[in-house]
Design a protein. Structure first.
Length: 710
């Protein structure tokens, strides 16, 4: 089963963070120590403060002596109501009452103007500015909060005097309860006075409105049969009912008449009419005709058409049909008469309604005015009654006001200070020191533009990572005792060390990057000096020779000649002489006795002239026939242009960067210049890697450490 893809960039590299903290441990320790020292200094200098706490609770039920609504109703306390009461306890108005009761505006602790005046004048105590100053001082030391999710509220006051702290906390809750009672009493008194004035005005309005209704009825003779209608309205209602019935009867009669006439026009006898079927005469005649029809049918089967009995039967049948037609005609005539009567009755009722409506229309204008007067009177009565009921309730509850809360615990004089708190100061110092340390570490990390791993090489530079060369001083075996030999000697004296293994790994990477070549010319360069370039080149040169590879090192840095100084001392013949044809190659070569590798040095007295590219290319072509690996130690790319010339002639370029020190911008610029001359950069190698920090960040060094012998 395939494992799901994980965004590695979104993961937190704990080991990398631990490495950063270890590297910046001194800065973190100093910042935390400074924070703790400052916190302890503040603790020692702080003045002892005492906190007194009183508690009030909101009543969940209200006591009612009489069952009437209060002017200020008691609201069942919910979360929002409790929070509102907390804000009231912190309100400047309530604290002003406390200041007035305790005369805190004349107390130097709450009025800074009096701090240097032991005998304040009466004018200062009456000063409103001093009162506001005292209110602000009390609010600054007052803490009001709800106790969890309960209906209890704690009022805490902090002061340097424990007795004064308790007295002020108790006064706050007492004035809070008293303020609620005063507020309700004042509201009841104001409501009573208001209702009295309104009742006097409304009483006169009710009398005037009712008098106007009575006078107008007498003037217009408008009398009501009931509250809902007048005489004319009742008459029209009755006539409308009769008219609807008459119109229904007229419609039915007209329908019957139309049906009968239509059947007669189509040549029918009218026997199908409902009235004909319901007529006993027609029914009897039809029965007779049916019997005669049966007789005729019987006679026709026995006799001829001229037989006397048959002819007599046919005559009787014809007479019966004539009687049926006559009776049907009478019924149709009677239907016509009934239809005419129904039509006339409906027309008569319509006339009566029209006359009644005319009379009602003449009364409408007077009725509109009457309705308006009655509405005004009813509105005045309703308003007057509601005010009267409310006035009676308000008068009845006067003197019964009580607070919606009560004091459940008074503040006691505290016996020990609540501040300063040593643990709190230490925690604040630690937190502050760690915050400053975190900011400093973050700032230093942001300012650090170096590269620390292969992934960063590929991501930021766009080139492959060929490996990492450790700083020999950071190897676990040499941290306490020091290096047993210079780094370039370790590859010979400690071939099984991690340091030597890193160059064998680099050689393998170079071979893998140039698989189709039997003889390779590799230029080794860097962006700036002090990257460990020459040391790494020499170590790679000696490591390759120890593995049996025919190896040549060309000192291509005509200015510093570091490789030459290390192995050739004061060389009389150098690269410049070979390129100029002044000396043979075999005379210029220097052999490393420890490995058998060859070095083509620089003359110790050389003038540092630029290298001849064509001559160097020809020399390299000649050297390919004698050596498997040719390494060229070039100067830094940004320091000397001859590095680009040499790199363009090589089969590949190994670019060195000092771990965490070389700026990525410098490396990018150097690689850009190499690309301009079409140099084949095989990849980037990080040098002088601190294995202690790298092991902490990577985590796998300890797993194979025992495999190497440092």
């Amino acid at each position: 089963m395939a494992e799901p893809d994980v965004d590695q960039g979104a993961l937190i590299d704990v080991r990398a963070i631990a490495g950063i903290l270890r590297r910046r441990a001194l800065i973190i320790a100093v910042a935390v120590a400074v924070g703790v020292v400052l916190a302890l200094s503040a603790y020692v200098a702080a003045e002892p403060r005492y906190t007194a706490i009183a508690q009030v609770a909101l009543d969940r039920t209200s006591e009612r002596v009489i069952n009437v609504d209060q002017v200020i109703p008691t609201v069942d306390p919910d979360s929002a109501a409790v929070d509102t009461e907390v804000e009231i306890l912190r309100s400047p108005e309530l604290i002003g009452r406390v200041v007035d009761v305790l005369r805190l505006d004349s107390d130097p602790d709450f009025n800074s103007v009096l701090a240097d005046d032991a005998t304040p004048s009466p004018n200062v105590r009456a000063d409103p500015v001093a009162r506001q100053r005292a209110i602000g001082a009390v609010l600054g030391n007052l803490d009001v909060k709800r106790d969890g999710l309960s209906y209890a509220i704690s009022v805490a006051f902090e002061h340097r005097d424990p007795v004064k702290a308790a007295r002020i906390a108790n006064t706050v809750v007492e004035q809070y309860v008293a303020q609620q009672v005063d507020s309700k009493s004042g509201a009841t008194g104001r409501a009573t006075r208001f209702l009295e004035g309104q009742l006097n005005n409304l009483r006169g309005q009710v009398l005037a409105a009712e008098r106007a209704v009575a006078d107008y009825r007498a003037e217009t003779s408008l009398f009501a049969v009931s509250k809902a209608s007048t005489v004319s309205q009742e008459e029209i209602s009755n006539l409308s009912t009769q008219l609807a019935q008459a119109q229904a009867e007229n419609a039915a009669a007209q329908a019957r008449l139309s049906t009968a006439r239509a059947q007669l026009r189509r040549g029918r006898s009218g026997e199908e009419l409902g009235e004909s079927l319901d007529s006993p005469v027609v029914s009897q005649l039809r029965s007779q005709r049916a019997q005669i029809g049966r007789d005729v049918a019987s006679l026709q089967t026995r006799y001829g058409p001229q037989h006397p009995q048959l002819r007599q039967a046919l005559k009787a049948q014809a007479d019966t049909d004539a009687q049926i037609r006559a009776e049907v005609g009478r019924i149709v005539a009677n239907t016509t008469i009934q239809a005419n009567i129904a039509s006339q009755r409906a027309a008569s009722l319509e006339g009566s309604i029209a006359r009644a409506e005319g009379k009602l229309a003449s009364d409408n204008s007077a009725t509109v005015r009457l309705n308006e007067l009655e509405r005004n009177a009813e509105s005045a009565r309703t308003l007057y009654q509601s005010f009267l009921d409310r006035y009676r309730q308000t008068v009845a509850q006067a003197g019964l006001e009580r607070s919606d809360s009560n004091v459940i615990a008074k503040a006691r004089v505290p016996g020990a200070p609540t501040s300063p708190n040593l643990l709190l100061y230490l925690a604040a110092g630690l937190a502050g020191g760690m915050s400053v340390a975190a900011l400093l570490v973050l700032l230093l990390q942001m300012l650090e533009g170096g590269i620390t791993n292969g992934e960063a090489v590929e991501r930021r530079l766009g080139f492959a990572s060929l490996g990492m060369i450790p700083d020999a001083k950071s190897l676990p075996g040499y941290r306490k005792t020091g290096l047993p030999a210079p780094p370039i000697e370790l590859v010979v004296q400690r071939p099984q060390s991690v340091f030597s293994e890193s160059f064998r790994s680099l050689r393998t990477s170079i071979l893998s990057a140039t698989p189709n070549l039997t003889s390779r010319v590799i230029a080794i360069t860097s962006a700036v000096p002090d990257e460990g370039k020459t040391t790494s080149t020499i170590a790679l040169w000696r490591s390759a020779a120890l593995s049996g590879t025919r190896t040549l090192l060309i000192d291509g840095d005509s200015r510093r000649r570091a490789a030459t100084r290390e192995f050739a001392g004061s060389a009389a013949i150098g690269l410049a002489d070979v390129l100029a044809g002044k000396a043979e190659l075999s005379r210029a070569l220097v052999e490393d006795r420890a490995t058998g590798a060859h070095l083509l040095p620089q003359r110790s007295d050389g003038d540092g002239a630029p290298v001849d590219a064509q001559a160097l290319a020809a020399l390299l072509q000649q050297l390919r026939e004698r050596y498997d690996l040719i390494l060229i130690d070039t100067p830094p790319v940004l320091a000397a242009d001859e590095a680009r010339v040499t790199a363009s002639l090589a089969d590949g370029v190994v670019f060195l960067m000092r771990w965490r020190k070389t700026m990525a911008k410098s490396a990018t610029l150097a690689l850009k210049q190499l690309d301009d001359v079409h140099a084949n950069v095989l990849g980037v190698v990080l040098t002088l890697v601190d294995l202690r920090e790298r092991a902490s960040a990577a985590g796998y060094f300890h797993e194979y450490r025992s495999y190497h012998q440092d």
